[in-house]
Ligand binder design. Structure first.
Ligand SMILES: [Zn+2]
Length: 209
């Protein structure tokens, strides 16, 4: 019997319509679906990942004179997307959306806390340990259902890291929303599917399990 956890990525005010500084189209309609998944109690544990950026985070266009949001910047041969300032730790924009049900026992995972590093994945990076991996291991979780924002960035990177760390991974697609268009979404799905990530709808969760 698998021990499964739900991992909710970045359902924070700044990523939600209509007022978030980096609002993802369709963000609001996923929240009731996520709340229902939590209420269904399939999960041994629920993780809530969130961006917790310092004000001078390097992904903010405002920290690069002459650059605008959604442009790219190249550092040491790697291109990075620049964004409007978002999810600065301690601000209203960084808080979980008020419609998301948050329970005391949910495990909160902060990421993007280092000024000079991008960190889309809830698993962090070599420089940034978010502690999720050790927490998952300590609870003997072997299977993750991943939902939240945005499918083509933080959900994608989180799912990739999850499967590469040996978890069985499903993305519940109607509980995610994307920044990019349908071609970008398809490319993200293809990449993850090749790695072994399963995509399904919340309505399919109870079928055949
Ligand atoms: Zn961010």
């Amino acid at each position: 019997m698998k021990r499964s956890a739900l991992l909710v990525v970045d359902v924070q005010n700044d990523f939600c319509e209509p007022e978030g500084s980096l609002a993802v189209p369709g963000s609001l309609k996923i929240i009731p679906i996520i709340n229902q998944l939590k209420a269904d109690n399939h999960y041994a544990c629920v993780y809530l990942a969130c961006d917790a950026h310092p004000p001078d985070h390097f992904s903010f266009a405002s920290n690069h004179p002459g650059k605008a949001p959604f442009e790219k910047i190249e550092i040491d041969g790697t291109a990075f997307d620049l964004w409007p300032a978002h999810c600065v730790k301690g601000t209203q924009g960084a808080q979980f959306h008020p419609l998301l049900n948050v329970n005391e026992r949910d495990v909160i995972i902060e990421k993007g806390t280092l000024r000079h590093r991008e960190c889309y994945s809830a698993f962090g990076s070599q420089e940034e340990d978010t502690n999720i991996l050790s927490d998952l291991k300590s609870r003997q979780i072997d299977s993750l259902d991943i939902v939240g924002l945005a499918l083509d960035y933080c959900v994608k990177e989180t799912a990739r890291d999850a499967i590469q760390n040996g978890f069985s991974v499903r993305v519940i697609e109607d509980a995610t929303a994307a920044v990019g268009n349908s071609l970008i979404v398809q490319s993200a799905k293809d990449t993850l599917t090749r790695l072994g990530v399963q995509f399904l709808l919340s309505s399919q969760l109870n079928e055949g399990s």
